[in-house]
Design a protein around this ligand. Structure first.
Ligand code: GDP
Length: 313
């Protein structure tokens, strides 16, 4: 099994999860195979010939990074998925799982968002570049299935968090950013922390090890053209999430809103029905997941704070 993107949040969780399956896991560093490079990807794939692939390699980032680096988010992600999927086809890979994101759906999709809402309306502008690339990935899997009979499937995880997350305040997603902000405010005895936007957008969160478990479940039990939502089935407002993080971290000061920063899409709760129907459900409650992530952050703080424009999954 080739896990593409093994150093990222999802890829590293998939590698952890696969250790329980007794299959051989192979990975490639960027120096060994830059997946944006068609030739390098093909040569690496021909040399290693995996039976199956989890495609978790991507250029990822939070709302600000997405909005600031549109060309990187579109180009890097298109190249990675096109190169890996084409090379997988040429090398007769039996099963491939492509990972996308809940931002593929229209900004004003009905909630909870069904898989069938894809391409029914305009996207959220702050992350449309990433979303367009991920939609292309779904379509690539469907096209290779249709034209070449390939068993390539797609899963669309909701906002993920957990050990190995990116805690850089400029490029991270909201949950690790809040953990870091609350922790640093507690340490410096500050009387407030700032959240971006109005605090009213709602987001769904899934612990990354639950996501990895769902990926293995889908590899074993799902084989169809339509992508599958991977979520917890519950959402929470950013303000309530901030309160929860402050409780876990032990910061008791005020929460201040910075409305010069974007809110992004108002709500993106995905329907969990399709995945539940395959027999899978998450096991980590949100508060416990935040506690585990905070523990990881305390243990790996210095490394986790290394600044980067956008981490790779
Ligand atoms: P999104 O789900 O693609 O919008 O990505 P994010 O996880 O980056 O942001 C989710 C929501 O949290 C948005 O409404 C942000 O404005 C809000 N938010 C509040 N504070 C922060 C913060 O410190 N960092 C980030 N990334 N988002 C924040």
């Amino acid at each position: 099994m080739f896990v593409a993107g093994h150093r990222g949040l999802v890829g590293s969780a998939v590698v952890r999860r696969l250790a329980r399956e007794g299959c051989e896991v192979i990975t490639a560093t960027r120096a060994e195979a830059d997946l944006r490079d068609q030739r390098a990807t093909r040569l690496w794939m021909e040399a290693h010939r995996p039976d199956a692939i989890v495609l978790a390699a991507a250029k990822v980032g939070g709302i600000l990074a997405n909005d600031t680096y549109p060309a990187d988010f579109l180009y890097d992600n298109l190249m990675i998925e096109a190169n890996v999927i084409e090379a997988a086809h040429r090398c007769d890979v039996e099963k491939l799982l492509f990972l996308g994101s809940s931002c593929i759906y229209p900004k004003h999709a009905d909630q909870p968002i069904m898989e069938s809402a894809l391409l029914t309306g305009p996207l959220e502008p702050t992350n449309e570049w990433y979303a367009v690339a991920k939609i292309a990935g779904i379509k690539l899997c469907q096209a290779y299935r249709r034209q070449h009979g390939r068993d390539f499937i797609s899963a669309m995880p909701t906002n993920l968090f957990g050990p190995g997350d990116n805690f850089d305040l400029q490029s991270s997603h909201v949950l690790p950013a809040l953990i870091r902000k609350a922790h640093e405010a507690k340490l410096t005895e500050a009387n407030k922390i700032t959240v971006w936007g109005t605090g009213s957008p709602r987001r769904e969160f899934l612990f990354v090890d639950d996501c990895a478990d769902a990926c293995v479940h889908l590899l074993q039990h799902y084989s169809d053209a339509e992508h599958v939502n991977v979520g917890s089935g519950e959402d929470i407002s950013i303000l309530h999430l901030t309160q929860l993080v402050c409780e876990v971290v032990g910061f008791k000061g005020e929460i201040v809103k910075d409305i010069s920063k974007p809110d992004g899409t108002p709500r993106k709760l995905m329907s969990a029905e399709k995945l539940r129907a395959t027999g899978w459900a998450p096991s980590m409650p949100l508060r416990k997941g935040v506690e585990e992530t905070y523990r990881w952050y305390l243990e790996h703080g210095a490394a986790a704070q290394a600044p980067s424009a956008a981490a790779s999954v």
